[in-house]
Design a binder for this molecule. Sequence first.
Ligand code: M6R
Length: 607
Amino acid sequence: MCGIVGYIGQREVVPMLLDGLETLAYRGYDSAGVVVVRDGELEAVKAEGKLEQLVEKLKGESLVGSHGLGHTRWATHGAPSERNAHPITDSKRRLALIHNGIIENFLPLKKRLIEEGWEFTSDTDTEVVANLIGSYLKHDLKAATQQAIAELEGMYAFAAVSTVSGDAEIVAARKGPPLVIGLGDGECFLASDPAALLAYTKNVVFLENGDLCRLTAAGAKIWDRDGREVERQTVRLTWDPIQAEKGGFKHFMLKEIHEQPQAIQDTFAGRVDFETNTIGFDNFALTSEEAARIERVQILACGTSWHSGLVGKFMIEELARIPVDVDYGSEYRYRDPVVGEGVLALGISQSGETADTLSAMEAASDRGAQLLAICNVPGSQATRISEGVIYTHAGPEIGVASTKAFTTQLTALFLLALYLRQQRGLPIEPQQLSELAKLPHAIADIMDTEAELEELARRYARFEDFLYLGRGINYPIALEGALKLKEISYSHAEGYPAGEMKHGPIALIDESFPVVAIATGSRVFEKVCSNMQEVKARDGVVIAVTDRPAEELSEVADEVIQVPRSSDLLQPLVNVIPLQLFAYFVAVRRGADVDQPRNLAKSVTVE
Ligand code: M6R
């Protein structure tokens, strides 16, 4: 959803901006641009397409200046083109602006500005913001920005530089999409995501909604929505910059798949006491009375995080005996949900910045629910609006397709389910924890079968349609397997509850429509085998994921992917791994851009 980066200080500006943009490229890659201010002049270079196009174009330029901005775009208003690429200037070319979000009242504002004589050369809503600030700009960029944002409706994060500023400065504002300031020694940074700043500083300040800030080389000043100067807490990031690099892997996605054993271990380490069989968290605690008062858990999430919520429902209901609903963030806020004090609303988000999830969390909180977040990004909005946070310790996830974020969310949900069980006076069985301890090894073992999965993908990469089937706790894994395949390989894939196939999708089955069936665990293994039988009887092709010996499936499956056995509640973490790898290798085989699939962005910060 567009990446923003800004720098002011003694370094060479453009290399820093490009470096930051490279990390932020996952947020959008329709076009990119940079601007620097040199001797009171704006110098900008923009290019349609990916960041490499901009880098190529910059080779012929000598863009130097005291401070500047960089942007990578995910188009909302106006097609991807150089004309619509950011930075966008006002029509007097006294300021340049980069923007992430949507200005909802851009049409009436544009009409008024045109009447006032301002010109428009792009199709973007961003140009309205540039001209609006321009219309108020005399000598003080911060004051003009403050006047302009009072008139803006919608969600935005933007940053501006100007030729009229006496001292070098960057002014930025946030309402909705994230913005983080990086503090250095005699320098200041700005970015949509702290991952872009890791190589430069670990001291960051997250702007709150409604904040306006002014950055100079000497530091940052922040004003809240009422115009009062405020101090925001400086957060020390613990992420390692190396984690945001590919480390020898061809794609971030493959690297992140391989990081899962460690990430899962990092997520449960320090929270489980294997001697006393107890669970505890740093940023979330309930007394037994508080735990007993929870009547219902409402999980709010989008995409892959919603799939992890579906798995979490099984975990929490079985272990803590609390009923759980799972809602899409985008649906929840537009219905009239029954929420009250006995509700624990649980927002699940890798980024902590997904607009739909955040709105749903706020709606639940407004109606009296207690708010808890499972989140990967420290200091992100989801963590700030919640009363409690369970961090997943996945490290930065750069590939647009979620992999390690998903399995660490499942780990956190399992811990939460056990914690609720414990606080409601039910014992945690040692075996529940020992199965958790074994998971990293089990998953590492699957990585050893990577070559077989690559070969399987080679045989199936030509198919255009796939059906993924799972039952019970593995139905969400069928959904997740299908989502991984479709989003990165552009093959059509549908996830379905295996038992429902006969109520409709079975009509699609023929030899050109492979079915991936998850047949693990004790509860529904035979049932899924019957469903595979139904596929075979209609000349369908079956790829089975199983924890049983291959011979047991010889009658019902054409291909068998074997996975280690875990407990029924943890088996989904194992089962999803070969599906991630299968999707990855199919996408590579089809020549797709794995880390930056078309039309997608990693953090969806617009509604
Ligand atoms: O950052 P979030 O977890 O809130 O993101 C939600 C979805 O946009 C995300 O899970 C998306 O579906 C995945 N990147 C798909 O792999």
